[in-house]
Design a protein around this ligand. Structure first.
Ligand SMILES: Nc1ncnc2c1ncn2[C@@H]1O[C@H](COP(=O)(O)OP(=O)(O)OP(=O)(O)O)[C@@H](O)[C@H]1O
Ligand SMILES: [Mg+2]
Length: 262
């Protein structure tokens, strides 16, 4: 049952989605998807351009209204209690939106004061994302990976129980991607549930406890990375030209008939 804005969250799951739909005019971006996210897991939504990943995330973040279905986030109905949802979650903000002439420590200080957080300093937040030596830098002085980590610091300033990341490593070099993966795992180990989207198989495989594969507005498979690959092998899949064992890439190609590449 959805809760009212004043009650304490009781849902077994961090996210519960039932038959969610969303169209933009004649484009059916989300076509009746259902899934649950367990508390404390890293849940990935993997899919090609236009699959409906961002639309799904924006509905769960109470930033966009669905046409149908239901979503409970941190126990709150996104349609009935959007403000409670927003207070419970962290959303990674696109880096381009930061004020380029304000230092990192001031931006974080601002976020902490807006959220009225006590007992947490900008420096502690910077330490959590390994940017403590950048306290006096401006966003425009950061590399892509550093900017991405800073945007995560902004998103966790109010200690949310759930963090949404939309393509957290797109455009980063391999080392910066790995640093971001480590940070995301550390946050999960601190108890934050993470829902992320990605185009990258290796990212989904390394990072996610469970993956929903999304294509053309539908979830076409949902399981752990290991079980997705095992399911493919159990179905009699064999590779003819490569010695390499089956991967998540093969699962995706088999299910959709297309490669997951830009
Ligand atoms: N504001 C909008 N107005 C109209 N159509 C939209 C809008 N946002 C998304 N769409 C369309 O809805 C579909 C799903 O888009 P969405 O952005 O959710 O996909 P995505 O999986 O996040 O893609 P990407 O991997 O490219 O970020 C696409 O066909 C897209 O063109
Ligand atoms: Mg997107």
């Amino acid at each position: 049952m959805p809760k009212s804005a004043t009650s304490t969250p009781t849902s077994q799951y961090m996210v519960e989605v039932h038959e969610l739909t969303k169209s933009y005019g004649s484009v059916q971006a989300v076509r009746g998807i259902s899934f649950n996210v367990e508390r404390g897991e890293i849940f990935g939504i993997l899919g090609p351009n236009g699959a409906g990943k961002t639309t799904t995330l924006e509905i769960l973040e109470a930033l966009r209204k669905s046409d149908g279905g239901m979503a409970l986030v941190a126990g709150y109905d996104v349609s009935l209690n959007p403000e409670e949802v927003k207070r419970s979650i962290g959303v990674q903000i696109q880096s381009a939106n930061f004020f380029d002439k304000v230092r990192l420590q001031e931006l974080l200080g601002f976020a902490l004061s807006v959220y009225q957080v006590r007992g947490m300093t900008p420096y502690q937040l910077l330490e959590r994302v390994q940017l403590q030596d950048k306290a006096r830098s401006y966003p425009e002085q950061l590399s892509g990976g550093q900017l991405q980590r800073f945007s995560i610091a902004m998103a966790i300033a109010h200690s949310p129980e759930l963090l949404f990341l939309d393509e957290p490593t797109t455009g980063l070099d391999p080392q910066a991607r790995r640093n971001t993966w480590e940070l995301i795992k550390n946050l999960r180990n601190e108890g934050i549930t993470i829902v992320l989207t990605t185009h990258y198989m290796d990212e989904a495989e390394d990072l996610c406890d469970r993956i929903a594969i999304m294509d053309q507005g539908k979830i076409i498979a949902l399981d752990t990375p290991e079980k997705l690959v095992q399911g493919l092998l159990d179905s009699g899949f064999t590779k003819t030209r490569e010695i390499r064992p089956a991967t998540l890439d093969d699962v995706f190609i088999q299910l959709t008939g297309k490669e997951l590449r830009d």
